[in-house]
Design a protein around this ligand. Structure first.
Ligand code: N01
Length: 544
């Protein structure tokens, strides 16, 4: 990052002592919020982050459910900005578990002295743009207020938990929760009759783990998923040394791949090689860790068509091999969506759980959940008596967390209303009529930290550009926003992850507009687009 801010940082309370003043306000102290805080402070801005958690870490603070861990290689997920940090931190496992990741983020906050710039237990309820002063004023649930020229929403793309509006939900006598709101003190599930609704990436991790201790587990599945073995394990000392010596290559590789993961597609078509060679590659990837089976395969397994179906059938057979009861196996075999059109959950013994006597699988596509009763879950077929219910029913992705904040821009325009038909942004980072508001959460997909770091760098440079050139505001032109929104909708319509009914397109939330919620472009394409815009004096943006 070249520029530094020439203006003097301002911080503190105003004369009335009621409203804290900063150059920039960040909402969120998770992965993106912490790095935004670090970066902007290094550039000389006064900055404060507000987070509703009682601890830092965002996603990694809230998601304390048993089994929660990375699906991307730990060493590809950590921050890359500090060589010292890279060399100091030892990842314990190839795919880090939540407690270790939370520890890592706390370590980062302490190492870079970020904690004093973070106010916890601070749920931001509104953000209003003061047109006369060109400042954002945010207000918290407890009435605390702060003002700043720039507002950055680092609130995650999957942080607004979603529980379907089941009739009778509050009548249930036992404890119930969403995994994203797992109680800090934990939940006592040992020997209990536990019901889990939902078999996405979260449900799959959770089910596998709790099946070890519950008395009886009833899994309510609406859609079977393609799930792949994670193949996690501890990192031994020698591997640790190798990892630390190869960070430049790890990050270089991530920078070259579509989703910023360590896996690169094979440029060959699956159908161009012999069936034996194809199967040999499928089997080899099956034994590799994490997303290799998804993202290192023949390129056309990720394109609707023959190769995709061929690989899907390979997956289906792997599931059939692992489940003893053929009827249950068929219930677990996905047949209604293409491989890769939903996010691939990674697992460590998920399918074998259904061979246990204490686990039942209920098909709620066939017999939907009718209501929650005081005793448990009632489907159109039967009532299942439970002591605990866990709703692993997903998230109102991307816009859900923004919609929880009452954001008012120029002319009192309300962001939630503007985004009712889907996000209207320029490159995911800004929306016309909401100057100096950077919606970082609406822009990235893929290996999260790898996508977030360059994005935060770009936003920080844009902020410096505004300040260094004595502008007060930056916001996209309506034309740039229209063109981008059309691009997302048109290019997004053809890609694989738009084809299934999932959070990628908002289809998991009743009534939500169906539109791709993130950019359809690859990570290298997005970085190149943003860099070109900056190099051309922030083309497509109005600087006032
Ligand atoms: O949520 P989901 P998730 N009745 O939306 C079911 C990330 N993540 O929390 O498929 C019955 O995928 C729903 O059924 P269906 C990752 O990006 C990362 O699991 O809609 N069932 C589905 O089975 C992931 O993609 C990690 O038919 C209902 C489930 O609930 C994202 O989080 C780990 C229902 C929701 O699945 C979200 O995953 C975990 C209803 N009315 C998650 N409504 C890492 O590795 C919903 N369902 C870092």
């Amino acid at each position: 990052m070249a520029s530094t801010s020439q203006q003097t940082a301002t911080a503190g309370t105003d004369q009335s002592g009621e409203v804290e003043q900063f150059d920039a306000i960040i909402i969120g102290a998770g992965v993106t919020g912490l790095y935004s805080l670090y970066r902007l402070r290094e550039l000389g801005l006064s900055v404060k982050s507000f987070d509703d958690g009682s601890g830092i870490g965002g996603t990694w603070f809230w998601n304390r459910y048993p089994g929660c861990r990375f699906d991307s290689e730990s060493y590809s997920y950590g921050y890359s900005f500090s060589e010292e940090l890279l060399q100091e931190w030892d990842w314990k496992e190839h795919y880090s578990a939540q407690p270790d990741t939370e520890r890592y983020l706390n370590y980062v906050a302490d190492k870079f002295d970020l904690r004093k710039h973070i106010r916890l237990n601070s749920r931001v309820v509104s953000a209003v743009f003061d047109e006369n002063e060109s400042l954002w004023q945010v207000e918290m649930e407890d009435g605390h207020r702060a003002r700043g020229q720039f507002l950055i929403t680092s609130i995650g793309i999957l942080s607004a938990s979603y529980i379907p509006d089941f009739e009778g939900i509050h009548s249930f006598k036992g404890p119930w929760t969403h995994p994203g709101k797992w109680p800090k003190e934990g939940m006592d599930l040992a020997g209990k009759r536990v019901g889990v609704i939902g078999t996405g990436a979260t449900g799959v991790q959770l089910i596998t783990e709790i099946a070890k201790e519950v008395g009886h587990l009833t899994v309510f599945q609406r859609t079977a998923n393609f799930c792949a073995p994670l193949r996690n394990g501890p990192i031994d000392d020698e591997t640790q040394k190798k990892i630390k010596a190869s960070y430049p290559e790890i990050f270089k590789k991530c920078a070259e791949t579509n989703g910023s993961f360590m896996h690169q597609f094979d440029t060959r078509s699956a159908m161009a090689v012999s069936p034996e060679e194809r199967l040999e590659q499928y089997e080899r990837l099956w034994l590799e860790g994490g997303f290799a089976k998804w993202l290192s395969n023949f390129y056309d397994v990720m394109v609707p068509g023959e190769a995709n179906e061929d690989y899907a059938e390979f997956f289906r057979n792997k599931i059939r091999e692992r489940v003893n009861d053929p009827v249950i196996a068929e219930m677990l075999v996905p047949k209604d969506h293409m491989f890769g059109s939903k996010r691939l959950p990674c697992e460590s013994g998920y399918y074998e759980v259904y061979n246990q006597d204490n686990v039942s699988l209920i098909d709620v596509r066939k017999a939907p959940i009718e209501r929650i009763t005081p005793k448990g879950v009632k489907t159109t077929d039967a009532e299942y008596e439970l002591d605990v219910i866990i709703y692993a029913t997903g998230y109102d992705a991307v816009t859900g967390s923004l919609n929880k904040i009452d954001i008012h821009g120029i002319g009192d325009e309300i962001l939630k209303e503007k985004f009712a038909g889907g996000p209207r942004t320029y490159m995911g980072v800004q929306s016309a009529g909401f100057p100096n508001l950077f919606t970082i959460n609406a822009a990235s997909v893929g290996n999260f930290v790898r996508a977030a770091e360059p994005l935060v760098d770009w936003v920080s440079e844009a902020i410096c550009y505004v300040r260094d050139n004595n502008f007060k505001r930056i916001s996209p032109t309506p034309e740039a926003e229209d063109t981008w929104t059309k691009h997302v909708s048109e290019a997004g319509a053809n890609i694989l992850r738009s084809q299934a009914d999932s959070w990628f397109v908002g289809a998991n939330i009743p009534g939500k507009a169906r539109v791709l919620l993130t950019a359809p472009d690859t990570a290298p394409q997005m970085r190149a687009k943003r860099d070109a815009v900056a190099a051309n004096g922030y083309e497509g943006f109005i600087l006032e």
